[in-house]
Design a protein around this ligand. Structure first.
Ligand code: C2E
Ligand code: CA
Ligand code: CA
Length: 720
């Protein structure tokens, strides 16, 4: 008994111990279940277990929650699977059977509709528990991954959007590795480089560069990686790039550097700027080149002249300038056509350019006049220096023109007059260059043309005189020294039909000065505005005086300069002066020259139209001496054309044809313009003009310009 007692005592203690342990275990289990429960709830991860032998399914609370079913409600595999779409049900069943059959695990992500009708994404996995080598249980995790899916979707969408944006840029984007391998590109590379993205990825970036950039690229890269310094990172650079077809284009390249998985990656953004460059070049061409001949234009000349003047001050930088003017060019316009004259100018430039020494540059000054700058800074050999001699260049040009031009079936011979300036002979200011050259050209022309002439002391003296005249013109008494003469115009029968007002200047200091000399100067120094106003006033007074003694309403023509007509107040001030003296608008005619028009064509034309609408007529003076372009004359609101004296001078007698005079008269008739022949001095000229149908004669043959009193007498004399 005692033995029993002895033996039963430790037994009871054992039992107590075991119970105690069980309670502890239960507590632990409870707390770890609690933990599991909490974890599941927080992580939205549930679990399930299927007992194959008993065909019972067990879910964790979280699984119930994800299903939206009351915790503990009856569940079967059929109930569980019903919440998936039919397609998902099929996938699960297959995975489940496959897992058991091949003893493997599965993990699926499937769409799901919970008991409350809420769409979810579920991650469900299956694992196997084996008992005696046989699958006894399948269990797994059941996770609501809707949020992750949503994030993933957003991410995918963002990526897709980003790709769309990147592919729709105008710029090609190429990422490269440190070793210069292309990692990725957007689809724009195809448009820009002609390669598909697949053709580029993995290749070296240098395949998109022409030489010498391609060969040097890796050297640059290495240098950058070693020093961390590269001019190109971060800034947009203009560089040449190479297309698949081998052509080159201008790109603007900006590169940025990013760190991707601890590796440096370079992102290059490439913009094809060839179009922009082309339009920039086009604008540059328009700004610096003459459209017709392709030679540099006057803007370029002014710029290069500036630098010559600057450099000319150093001993070794000698330069010289030629001004070349085609003799009687206007006749080519008139006799042939403007189109042919234009072709001639183009061919002239290319012929002259052909023999130009390397230091020579040709510029178009205006219609038929061209500058050549010879800059001698880099000449070494004596031969080279001789070739660059302005005399040599001038003689070469003259020789080149000995050959006739063949244009559209016409054989055209031209000659030029060349004025030259040598910086070694004079110290020059910029303002002196053009007038000196023009004077030198004039000299060459006076000697009969087809020759060159240096601007020498005579021209220098001219310039000095010009500055003297300008000083005198600036003095207040200048206007008081002016007076007007008026030259009557007649029909071929000798009846007075009009007049031209001509200005005169008798300077106290310098004596009588011809308007041919001082008017161009006044145009340059602005005095022409005073002169112009003075003349208009005088003419108005004169017409008012005439009315006192005569019924005549013959017009007086007034010469108007470019600066004058360009004044905003010109038209209205003229009209108000006429009104002040009560003079009909038809009693004045305004004479403009072609050069006046060319100065600011559109502005002048609009003024002319304005005045024409108000009954004031225009005459085109000195016709044939300027550019004489038919096409614009047609569009001018003029009613009269004056043939320049130079052409009238060519008329020797009534029977010898003067084609230029004939064509001007024919043209004027075709355009229904009145023709006035100027400088008619002989009866032969009168006879010829009469025969050709010219209506109005102005010249010494009938009358010299008359002083006012004399003119009034003539104008008021009764006409026979
Ligand atoms: P223009 O307008 O062509 O004037 C005609 C010139 O030819 C005048 O010279 C006139 O005296 C001259 N002339 C007319 N008939 C004959 C002739 O049979 N033989 C010769 N040898 N000459 C003749 P002028 O008066 O010396 O004027 C020279 C230029 O000065 C004018 O040429 C015109 O461009 C300018 N001018 C004259 N007066 C004015 C004016 O009031 N305003 C402006 N802006 N310019 C004027
Ligand atoms: Ca005139
Ligand atoms: Ca004239």
């Amino acid at each position: 008994m005692s033995e029993l007692m002895q033996s039963s005592q430790p037994c009871a203690e054992n039992e107590r111990n075991i119970r105690q342990k069980l309670i502890e275990l239960e507590k632990k289990l409870e707390s770890s279940q609690l933990l599991l429960y909490e974890v599941e709830k927080t992580a939205l991860i549930g679990s399930w277990e299927y007992d194959l032998a008993n065909e019972t399914l067990h879910w964790s609370d979280e699984t119930y929650r994800i299903y939206g079913l009351p915790i503990g409600s009856t569940i079967t595999p059929e109930i569980g699977i019903n919440f998936y779409s039919p397609e998902a049900q099929r996938i699960i069943s297959l995975a489940f059977e496959d897992a058991i059959k091949h003893q493997k695990t599965y993990e699926l992500e499937l769409p799901f509709l919970d008991n409350n009708g809420k769409a979810k994404w579920i991650k469900t996995s299956g694992r196997l528990r084996l008992t005696d080598g046989q699958v006894s249980h399948v269990y797994g995790v059941f996770e609501d991954i809707s949020y992750q899916k949503e994030l993933q979707d957003i991410n995918q969408q963002t990526n897709a959007n980003f790709k769309k944006i990147v592919d729709n840029l105008n710029d090609a984007i190429v990422t490269i590795s440190e070793t210069g391998k292309i990692l990725s590109t957007n689809s724009v590379v195809h448009k820009v480089f002609g390669y598909q993205s697949e053709e580029l990825v993995g290749k070296d970036i240098s395949m998109l560069m022409p030489e010498p950039f391609a060969s040097k690229h890796q050297i640059y890269m290495n240098k950058y990686l070693a020093t961390g310094r590269a001019g190109i990172i971060g800034v947009g650079r203009e560089l040449p790039a190479l297309k698949k077809d081998g052509t080159q284009f201008s790109m603007e390249l900006s590169i940025s550097e990013v760190l991707h998985r601890n590796q440096k990656v370079f992102i290059g953004i490439v913009r094809d700027i060839s179009e922009r460059k082309a339009s920039e070049n086009h604008i540059k061409r328009l700004a610096y080149y003459d459209e017709l001949t392709g030679a540099l234009n006057r803007t370029s000349f002014e710029k290069d002249l500036d630098s010559c003047i600057q450099s000319g001050k150093s001993a070794f930088n000698n330069w010289s300038i030629l001004l070349t003017n085609i003799d009687k060019f206007s006749q080519i316009n008139l006799i042939y056509s403007e189109k042919i004259a234009d072709i001639l100018l183009k061919e002239f430039v290319s012929r002259v350019s052909e023999h130009m020494p390397p230091c020579g540059t040709i510029y178009r000054n205006n219609a038929d006049s061209f500058f050549v700058i010879l800059k001698n800074s880099e000449a070494h050999s004596i031969d080279a220096i001789l070739l660059q001699e302005p005399r040599h260049v001038a003689e070469q040009i003259l020789e080149d023109l000995n050959r006739q031009f063949h244009i559209e079936g016409h054989e055209i011979a031209i000659s030029v007059s060349i004025g030259m300036l040598d910086s070694t002979k004079h110290t020059l200011e910029k303002e002196e260059v053009k007038p000196l050259l023009e004077l030198a050209v004039r000299n060459a022309k006076l000697k009969g043309g087809n020759q060159w002439s240096y601007a020498e002391s005579k021209e220098m003296a001219y310039l000095k005189r010009h500055s003297q005249l300008t000083i005198e013109m600036q003095k207040p008494k200048f206007v008081n020294e002016l007076f007007l003469v008026v030259q009557p115009q007649f029909d071929t029968k000798g009846k007075m039909v009009g007049s031209e007002a001509l200005i005169r200047w008798r300077s106290q200091e310098l004596g009588f000065i011809s308007p041919a000399e001082f008017i161009p100067l006044a145009e340059n120094n602005g005095k022409i505005l005073d002169v112009g106003n003075w003349v208009i006033d005088k003419v108005c007074t004169l017409l008012a005086q005439r009315r006192l003694f005569s019924e005549s309403n013959n017009p007086i023509s007034i010469n108007v300069s470019a600066k004058q007509i360009a004044q905003p107040s010109f038209a209205d001030s003229l009209i108000s002066k006429l009104a002040k003296y009560n003079i009909p608008h038809s009693e004045v005619i305004l004479e403009l020259t072609e050069s006046t028009l060319v100065a600011d064509f559109n502005l002048v034309i609009s003024k002319m139209r304005y005045l024409k609408e108000r009954g004031i007529h225009f005459s085109l003076d000195d016709f044939g001496t300027g550019y004489s372009s038919l096409s614009y004359i047609q569009s001018l609101p003029i009613s009269e054309l004056k043939i320049d004296k130079a052409f009238i001078d060519e008329i020797q007698n009534e029977h010898q044809e003067v084609p230029i005079v004939n064509s001007i008269i024919q043209m004027a008739k075709a355009l229904d313009l009145k023709i006035v022949a100027e400088g008619v001095e002989t009866s032969e000229q009168l006879a010829y003009l009469n025969k050709k149908g010219c209506e109005v004669i102005q010249g010494y043959l009938f009358s010299k310009p008359l002083n006012i009193e004399h003119w009034l007498e003539t104008a008021c004399r009764p006409q026979s």
